[in-house]
Design a protein around this ligand. Structure first.
Ligand code: BEZ
Length: 261
């Protein structure tokens, strides 16, 4: 079966329900404090929030006094962000068309949806003023490894072969740093950070929301049953005795400076 095309944050079309995301994945922006600290936004700076989602973190950068533009490939997410009064637009992260406009580009939990990273990084480099900074966090090598293995195994049982690399980009530090350096950045820091993350809404809800592009490789009638099979495979590894789930997240977090200040 054909893989869905990545469109910059999520699969082709607007697969995101901002409402389901808020219900099942609010922890994503709640855990954004370390990368916001690394950004260290200052009053008066112009900052691009790449993959701003519903704007929860964009709002925090605005509160620091910066002038922020948010972009996201999902019209549903952008509608939620606009309802917060933010300056946002629907843009594919692979096709950024800004030209030396920003002091910084920020991104949280979005770049792993952008499966052509060289195009994304080239667009970020064009968007930044010389000497500007690119500060981001997303899923790195090993991210949701158990979950991905369960997805691959269950899909195979339905006759669907996939390795998921056409849906998610989870690089090592060395791979991602090399891509940044090839685009003219100096990498000041980059690290992989294991971060087992509680999933209060449960594994099936996580899969339905965040692994939707993989489940959509199945016919609609098979998806709930498949998510249940995945959750049963994962329970011994990711569920405690009290029934609480933790996703096996690994983040890659970096700060890189564009040449030419
Ligand atoms: C993540 O934030 O790491 C993630 C989100 C969706 C699918 C897989 C991983």
């Amino acid at each position: 079966m054909a893989q869905p095309e990545s469109d910059g944050r999520g699969p082709a079309g607007d697969a995101w329900s901002a409402e389901a995301y808020a219900r099942n994945a609010r922890f994503v922006s709640d855990l954004g404090a370390p990368v916001l600290d690394l950004l260290d936004p200052r009053p008066g700076e112009r900052i691009l929030d790449l993959g701003c989602g519903d704007g929860a973190l964009t709002e925090k950068i605005v509160a620091a006094g910066a002038e922020v533009r948010g972009v996201d490939a999902s019209p549903d997410m952008i509608a939620m962000a606009r309802a917060r009064g933010l300056d946002v637009e629907v843009v594919d992260g692979h096709a950024l068309a800004f030209d030396r406009e920003f002091d910084a580009v920020f991104s949280n939990a979005a770049i792993h949806w952008m499966t052509r990273p060289a195009e994304v990084i080239a667009g970020v480099a064009r968007a930044l003023k010389p000497g500007g900074r690119f500060v981001a966090e997303f899923g790195g090598m090993g991210n949701v490894a158990a979950i991905r293995t369960a997805i691959i195994a269950v899909l195979a049982g339905y006759g669907v072969e996939t390795d998921l690399r056409q849906i998610w980009y989870f690089p090592t530090e060395a791979e991602h740093a090399a891509r940044l350096e090839a685009a003219g950045f100096t990498v000041e820091e980059i690290a992989l950070i294991p971060r087992p993350t509680p999933v209060a809404s449960g594994m099936e809800a996580w899969l339905a929301t965040l692994a939707a592009p993989a489940l959509r490789l199945l016919s609609e009638g098979d998806r709930d049953e498949a998510a249940g099979r995945m959750a049963r495979l994962l329970a011994p590894a990711l569920q405690d005795e009290g029934g609480n789930w933790r996703a096996d997240y690994v983040r890659i977090r970096f700060r890189a400076i564009l040449a030419g200040a």
